[in-house]
Design a protein around this ligand. Structure first.
Ligand code: C2O
Ligand code: CU
Length: 492
């Protein structure tokens, strides 16, 4: 019974396993950085309406090769949606893929029925494979599903991606991810870089087969439905090609001016430590202005930024700190060989620049743990053949693992045996502590995903406002998620 079956795994591959490409890799910094096109909605007084078709398409990702992808509107990344805070966005997703799909708006404050619960499938017409034997809130939809997003939330860099139970890793790897930006008046009033100098960067790693197709373990769908045949990648699936917006190690020509880079780590499992090389004199090149949930209270200059899967960092880089003609690599200090570099910037010309990074960005209300009405603890652990578990239990769509009251302020503690990027749907949270000490350098602002390190205990605080209903929280290492490291909270 797919839907309650924990994927059981034949071979447990130990650490550092890299899925290698079976074709010669291209030289880096040749392909210009693509920027995904922005979709135009149909509009009425209150709402923006979109139609998106998920389909198989081909794309030239590695020069000279074609890759079959699964894409929103047939592209990888999918098209970018741009919404106004508080203005309803309605997306009809049509599924023309060979498999069921689920769409989740990551970072969206979305009612349960539109949140992309992992068993709320869009079943493509003509699909004859197995389906979960229980529905959740919204249940099965056939052909297409309408997702309604109230977007009662501040400006932020959100992204949307597939969330089908047990198969999210395989589906996202094939291309099912895109940006969804939310703007508001407060942010637009700030003199931050904008227009061509506000660029989304979706970083992913992939591996390719000899014929140019994506390589992923056990891609045969009949095998995927058979327990015991799927290899278990303890660290998740890691590829040897780094793509930004779907292009391998791309290059972007920039003015000697400030740019806002909205970075999302959309990789299945890879963590990055991003750094500009060379660093400009004086360091602090990556000026963070935002995190998962939008603007920080004040900017923070970093030499390097560590991103776990699903985290977003909005940074401003001032390329006028470099000389015209210089080439700057966005390096990955957690990678080696082909994964040690992400992309390159070429300083093309001098230019005027009236952007500023203000010393104050957006006020953030500090949540006070002394006022919390509940504290809950969740242990993220590898339980061998039982999969990856939370508090010793694999995911069960029918079980509520926490029942916060609507409006309640709660402290959640996470412990971890490994690297687990933990993501909560519906809410944004603040980090209170790591191992009883102050939050880390990358924990500022409103977060929806937090990077746990092996042996660490992290406390967060959040208020369960917005909507009642059942939502998931899970590890965003997609292979861990697919191997059942997921649980439910039900807002009551
Ligand atoms: Cu980005 Cu539940 O996922
Ligand atoms: Cu994990």
């Amino acid at each position: 019974a797919v839907g309650t079956q924990i994927p059981r795994l034949a071979a447990r591959v130990q650490t550092g396993e890299l899925l290698r490409s079976l074709l010669p890799l291209p030289a880096p910094y040749r392909v210009p950085l693509p920027v995904p096109p922005v979709l135009t909605p149909r509009q009425d007084a209150t709402t923006d309406y979109y139609e998106v078709t998920q389909k198989v398409a081909t794309q030239e990702i590695l020069p000279g090769h074609t890759t079959a992808i699964w894409g929103y509107e047939g592209t990888f990344p999918g098209p970018t949606l741009v919404s106004r805070s508080g203005r309803r966005t309605v997306v009809r997703h049509r599924n023309a893929l060979p498999v069921p799909a689920v769409v989740h708006l990551h970072g969206g404050r979305t009612p349960s029925a539109s949140d992309g619960y992992p068993t709320d499938l869009i079943v493509p017409d003509g699909f004859t494979g197995p389906l979960p034997h229980h529905d959740h809130q919204a249940g099965l939809a056939h052909g297409s599903r309408i997702y309604e997003y109230p977007l009662q939330q501040r400006a932020a860099t959100l992204w949307y991606h597939d969330h089908r139970m047990d198969f999210t890793g395989a589906s996202v790897w094939r291309g099912l991810a895109g940006f969804h930006l939310v703007h508001d008046d407060e942010e637009e009033a700030l003199p931050l870089p904008r227009g061509d100098r506000d660029i989304p960067l979706m970083i992913t790693d992939r591996a390719f087969d000899a014929d140019g197709s994506f390589r992923y373990p056990a891609t045969d769908p009949t095998l995927l439905h058979t327990p015991g045949v799927r290899p278990d990648y303890v660290e998740g699936v890691l590829g040897d090609v780094i793509l930004v917006n779907g292009a391998p190690w791309p290059v972007l020509e920039v003015d000697a001016a400030r740019y806002r880079l909205r970075i999302v780590n959309a990789s299945n499992a890879r963590r990055y430590r991003l750094e500009l090389a060379p660093q400009p004199a004086g360091g602090g090149a990556l000026v963070q202005i935002g995190s998962d949930g939008g603007l920080l209270a004040t900017p923070r200059a970093h030499d390097a930024i560590v991103l776990a899967p699903a985290e977003r960092f909005d940074v401003v880089v001032d390329f006028s700190r470099y000389r015209v003609g210089e080439e700057i690599t966005l390096a990955n200090r957690l990678g080696s060989g082909t994964t040690a570099a992400v992309m390159r910037f070429r300083i093309a010309r001098r230019a005027t620049d009236d952007s500023v990074v203000p010393a104050r960005l957006s006020p953030i209300e500090r949540l006070d743990p002394a006022r919390a009405t509940a504290t809950r603890t969740f242990a993220f652990r590898d339980q061998g053949d039982e999969g990856w578990t939370i508090n010793g239990r694999p995911f069960d769509p029918m079980r509520a693992d926490a029942t916060p009251r609507l409006g309640a302020l709660e402290v959640w503690r996470f412990t971890s045996d490994f690297h687990h990027p933990v993501h909560l749907h519906l809410v944004h949270f603040q980090v209170l502590s790591r191992n009883g000490e102050a939050p880390g350098p990358y924990d500022a602002g409103w977060k929806d995903t937090i990077d746990l390190s092996p042996g660490e205990e992290v406390a967060i605080i959040t208020r369960f406002t917005g909507y009642r209903g059942r939502f998931v929280f899970h590890c965003h290492n997609l292979e861990h998620e697919d191997m059942a490291m997921m649980a439910n909270f039900e807002v009551v």
